[in-house]
Design a protein around this ligand. Structure first.
Ligand SMILES: NC(=O)C1=CN([C@@H]2O[C@H](COP(=O)(O)OP(=O)(O)OC[C@H]3O[C@@H](n4cnc5c(N)ncnc54)[C@H](OP(=O)(O)O)[C@@H]3O)[C@@H](O)[C@H]2O)C=CC1
Ligand SMILES: Nc1nc(O)c(N)c(N[C@@H]2O[C@H](COP(=O)(O)O)[C@@H](O)[C@H]2O)n1
Length: 231
């Protein structure tokens, strides 16, 4: 068993999610950030890769007081469970994701992570060991389901999203295309990693929604289930 997994990201008109220096860029406008806050508040958990934690230092908190109050009224924490995919336990102990806002956190590491770093992280978060060298995303999803996570939102970055697609773990992809050009052959894109080499490996998507938001376009894609993972 695993959660329903949806990816939400913002990319530039030329398909980049940040700069070549991996510096966070404001791509969404005010209405899109409001939408992101709403879907975050509706999720049981929110996930990023360690690259995003080191690059952006996100808190992944729900921002709207009304949405936080609605979560509390439902008997939930103000913020969804925050999850970092971090094989080597590199998450800084003062990272905003560990320090800002109430609520549970999980850092998902591999057996290769240094014991001292794992112990230090246990002071701030639940540490789940899944996989030998890299965090095993499939095992992690089972662990999240066992902790009651039914809906998981993934924010990125490109390496984690690629890993999820490769493992056949994405149900829905929501992409905001903003009105800027970032450029750069090395700038991150929505799915980086090594990429699929053969057409029969490509996840196939069904377009489920197109909407103008701010000065950009919101695209909602549902992953077709008949396509199997490349693993
Ligand atoms: N515009 C947007 O919507 C968003 C943009 N971003 C941008 O993305 C960039 C960061 O992306 P990126 O550098 O790709 O980092 P990611 O956040 O995708 O983290 C990738 C890291 O996760 C770890 N990892 C562990 N297990 C796995 C696995 N099974 N599959 C994949 N990854 C795994 C790896 O590190 P290790 O081996 O150490 O575990 C890997 O290097 C930043 O510039 C950020 O600004 C991020 C989110 C949203
Ligand atoms: N949806 C969206 N639009 C943008 O323009 C963005 N730059 C991002 N970035 C993501 O949001 C995270 C920041 O979270 P907090 O505000 O700190 O809670 C950042 O790390 C990216 O994941 N997203």
């Amino acid at each position: 068993m695993r959660p329903y997994i949806f990816v939400n990201l913002a990319m530039s008109a030329d398909g980049k999610i940040s700069t070549r220096e991996r510096r966070q860029v404001k791509i969404s406008g005010a209405d899109d950030f409001k939408r992101v806050d709403e879907i975050k508040a509706g999720a049981d958990a929110i996930m990023v890769g360690i690259g995003t934690v080191l690059g952006d230092d996100p808190s992944l908190t729900v921002k709207s007081p009304d949405l936080k109050a609605a979560r509390r009224a439902r008997g939930e924490d103000e913020h969804p469970l925050r999850v970092v995919v971090d094989s080597m336990a590199r998450t800084p102990l003062d990272a905003d994701i560990l320090c800002k806002g109430e609520g549970r956190r999980i850092v998902a590491v591999s057996a290769a992570a240094q014991a001292g770093r794992v112990e230090a992280l246990r002071e701030k978060a639940e540490v789940v060991v899944v996989g030998e060298q890299n965090t095993d995303l499939t095992l992690l999803m089972h662990e999240l389901a066992a902790r009651g996570v039914g809906r998981l939102m993934v924010e990125g970055g490109g390496t984690l999203i690629w890993g999820l697609f490769r493992a056949g773990l994405v149900d829905e992809l929501i992409t905001y295309v903003g009105s800027i050009v970032i450029g750069g052959a090395g700038a991150p894109t929505p799915a980086d990693g090594e990429g699929f080499a053969r057409e029969d490996e490509f996840p196939r998507l069904e377009l489920a929604g197109v909407e103008r938001v701010d000065d950009g376009v919101l695209l909602r894609w549902v992953v077709k289930k008949e396509v199997h993972s490349a693993l």
